[in-house]
Design a protein around this ligand. Structure first.
Ligand code: BYC
Length: 332
């Protein structure tokens, strides 16, 4: 993919001739598959790209808790409620690993959260859609976590050590999330006609936003070429999107559901499904803050941060007291 992008001249990748000796040595390490660690020298642009991507990813994890949090009190059984709670707690954990990975690049968690709360930082477009029925818990697990896994498995091999290692655990937990989602869809599809209709409605609403999760088409992806050269990206947005479609369509067929795309058909010559055009205008509106739930999600996050102020202050006071005791030789 990298070669292809350079060849078509779509994006600006720093050419070897423009690099100084440090940059050339850095690129050579990446090309040899050697992981970059926090104390290693790295170009400023590499550091910034990673902070951007890892923090967006972290924000997506914690904002991603909100649409599902909406259904905790209304889960249909105690077992479903426990599973949903465990999944939502996992997302908080993913946020923590990812913020920690970002912090190794010399940025503080407070700075990152301030960027999220001021609306400056992005998080995944998918979490700006509402969760209207219990079937949405199934569709999110199946389609959204399913897409997240497809995007994140390659990240386990990306060039930055702390990010790659965080992704290994995240991916294992995401597989459980995807399975719990599919299990909800299976139960609904094997249930009454009304339950099956609920599952179909959820698929109708989540299908296209899930395809948008992979980002703009390769032709419009501003960051892809350089991120690929640095092995932060191992596959292009369109390659991963195609993988999601190929994997998910047979799963929808097994459920007896119809993917809401009249142009979807198997292309034997390509060995892939062809699918219809994505509404990129909608994607850009969501990125601009004009999706159905952007304002609500941000408000909820800011409120949670403000409500937690007393607890953060108590933690700091406790830590200060412990430090003072240690300094005075008092027992802890
Ligand atoms: N939403 O040049 P491009 C999850 C932005 S959820 C919002 O292709 P890049 C989870 C992009 O940031 C998923 N913004 O960028 C699942 C860039 O803007 P900036 C979170 C998007 O970075 C269940 C601009 O569009 N996963 O895990 O090369 C429960 C141009 O795009 C989106 C990750 O973050 C979008 N969908 O590629 C809980 C995975 N797509 O920053 C949680 C790691 C694009 O230049 N991230 N943009 O202003 C990635 O793999 C890449 O960052 C992307 C975008 C594929 C998302």
């Amino acid at each position: 993919m990298y070669a292809q992008l350079v060849e078509t001249g779509l994006k600006q990748v720093r050419a070897a001739a423009d690099m100084d000796a440090d940059e050339r040595a850095f690129q050579a390490r990446i090309d040899d598959g050697i992981k970059i660690e926090p104390k290693d020298w790295m170009p400023e642009a590499y550091r910034k790209t990673l902070i951007r991507q890892i923090s967006q990813h972290a924000h997506s994890e914690i904002v991603g808790q909100l649409p599902e949090g909406n259904w905790v009190t209304r889960a249909p059984t105690l077992q479903r409620k426990s599973i949903l709670l465990a999944k939502i707690q996992d997302e908080a954990g993913h946020g923590l690993y990812l913020y920690s990975a970002a912090e190794t690049l010399g940025v503080s968690r407070d700075e990152l959260l301030a960027a999220l709360h001021s609306g400056k930082a992005k998080y995944s477009s998918i979490f700006n859609y509402p969760t209207l029925s219990w079937a949405d818990m199934g569709a999110i697990g199946w389609l959204v976590d399913g897409s997240a896994i497809i995007n994140q498995i390659p990240l386990c091999r990306c060039s930055y050590g702390p990010y790659a290692r965080a992704m290994i655990r995240v991916c294992k937990e995401e597989s459980f999330h995807a399975r719990q989602g599919y299990d909800i869809m299976l139960a609904l599809c094997n249930g009454s006609a009304a339950q099956k209709a609920m599952a179909q409605d959820a698929l109708n609403r989540w299908w296209w936003p899930s395809l948008m999760m992979f980002g703009p088409s390769d032709a419009d992806s501003v960051n892809s070429a350089q991120s690929s050269a640095w092995r932060i990206k191992l596959f292009s947005n369109d390659e991963l999107r195609q993988r999601m479609v190929d994997q998910t369509v047979p799963q929808a067929e097994f459920l007896g559901l119809t993917v809401p795309d009249p142009d979807l058909r198997w292309n034997a010559a390509r060995g892939h499904y062809d699918f219809g055009a994505i509404d990129w205008a909608e994607f850009h509106q969501v990125l601009k803050g004009n999706g159905p739930c952007n304002r609500e999600r941000l408000q909820t996050r800011v409120q949670a941060w403000d409500d937690g102020a007393w607890f953060r202050e108590a933690l700091v006071a406790h830590a200060d007291k412990q430090a003072a005791r240690a300094a005075s030789g008092e027992p802890q």
